[in-house]
Design a protein around this ligand. Structure first.
Ligand SMILES: [Zn+2]
Length: 192
């Protein structure tokens, strides 16, 4: 439904045909990501996350709001370095590059995700949070919520904030929130 609305807004704003081939290709890649994701999640969250949880350095109190706030900012930090590494380390880029292959930025591009995150070792960036005492379900659950939120950033219909055009700052999910809220113009195609 969101993609249909985007296609309508796209035609009105840019006065050209919506890139349906690109968009449907992304959806197909996304379906493959979901299917392979079952094995990925078992290995990453269940096996590796469970192992680190068993050998964690700290046990944080449950049900404390400050703990969740700390997890939020810790995850931002980990995500920044994960995404930076995904662009700079060949092994990780081999999985992440598929996300950056659409010709145009549309909502479905958010679902164009690689099928082999366990091979790319991207999960290594999040294991330290578990070692510090954040439960694996909380870490990877919040990461999933972040990715769902990022779906809405993958469109050219939402204006961007000028000062966040810098290469590194765009990789922070919350900076993207600011982009959506404050921004006034589209000048570049931003990828998250
Ligand atoms: Zn990227």
């Amino acid at each position: 439904m969101a993609i249909l609305l985007e296609s309508y807004g796209y035609r009105k704003k840019f006065e050209r045909a919506y890139p349906w081939v690109d968009s449907l290709t992304s959806l197909g890649v996304g379906i493959g990501h979901q299917i392979t994701g079952i094995a990925n999640q078992i290995f990453i969250v269940g096996v590796m996350g469970g192992f680190v949880w068993e050998h964690r350095a700290l046990t944080l109190p449950e049900g404390n709001g400050w703990i969740y706030l700390a997890l939020f900012f810790s995850l931002e930090f980990a995500y920044y370095w994960y995404h930076r590494a995904a662009h700079e380390i060949h092994l990780m880029w081999a999985t992440h590059s598929s996300h950056h292959t659409p010709n145009e930025l549309t909502l479905s591009a958010a679902m164009r995700l690689g099928w082999t995150p366990f091979l790319s070792l991207s999960w290594l960036f999040f294991l330290p949070l578990i070692w510090l005492g954040f439960h694996p379900i909380a870490v990877f659950g919040l990461l999933s919520l972040s990715l769902i939120y990022q779906f809405w950033l993958h469109t050219k219909l939402v204006p961007r904030l000028g000062f966040t055009k810098g290469y590194s700052i765009r990789r922070l999910p919350t900076v993207s929130i600011m982009q959506v809220m404050i921004s006034t113009s589209i000048k570049t195609m931003v990828v998250s």
